[in-house]
Design a binder for this molecule. Structure first.
Ligand SMILES: Cc1cc2nc3c(=O)[nH]c(=O)nc-3n(C[C@H](O)[C@H](O)[C@H](O)COP(=O)(O)O)c2cc1C
Length: 132
């Protein structure tokens, strides 16, 4: 099993990073391969809503050529993804939302010709760190 964690908090040693790292370490102890990405360190632009992914323009799904392309490649080989975000104003962080929107090009079966059947077999979880 391959699991990828995405930390969508700007605080590298904050609560979100701690939770994601705990999950990844536990998965690794259980024999999983793991990878971790700090979304804040990457240049990921917001979805432009051009629907180029829907029309099949370009050969890699999303037409925006930024660091999200690396994440699409990483995700293609993962069985499980875990997204961690702090709660900001009752919602996920801006980094988490931009990342989530950009998944549209690859995991939305109704809209994307780049949708891969095996994407439906992936497990996904979101974890949120808030103020109690
Ligand atoms: C701009 C901003 C908005 C926040 N809004 C909320 C909120 O609506 N609800 C909440 O429970 N915590 C809120 N918090 C607190 C953070 O979610 C909380 O401290 C979280 O654990 C931080 O995660 P991190 O350590 O990974 O950055 C907010 C913090 C910031 C900086």
């Amino acid at each position: 099993m391959k699991i990828i964690g995405f930390i969508a908090s700007p605080r590298k040693e904050g609560n979100t990073a701690w939770i994601i790292n705990q999950i990844l370490e536990e998965a690794q102890e259980q024999g999983a391969e793991m990878q971790s990405w700090s979304v804040s360190d990457l240049d990921i632009k917001p979805c432009r809503g051009c629907l180029g992914c829907h029309k099949g323009d370009g050969d890699r799904g999303c037409l925006i050529n930024d660091d999200m392309q690396q994440l699409y490649e990483a995700l293609a080989y993962a069985d499980t993804l875990v997204l961690g975000s702090p709660v900001y104003m009752g919602q996920m962080s801006a980094q988490a939302k931009i990342f989530t929107d950009r998944l549209f090009a690859h995991i939305s079966p109704r809209f994307s010709p780049h949708f891969k059947e095996n994407a439906v077999k992936k497990a996904a979880a979101c974890v949120y760190a808030g103020e109690s």
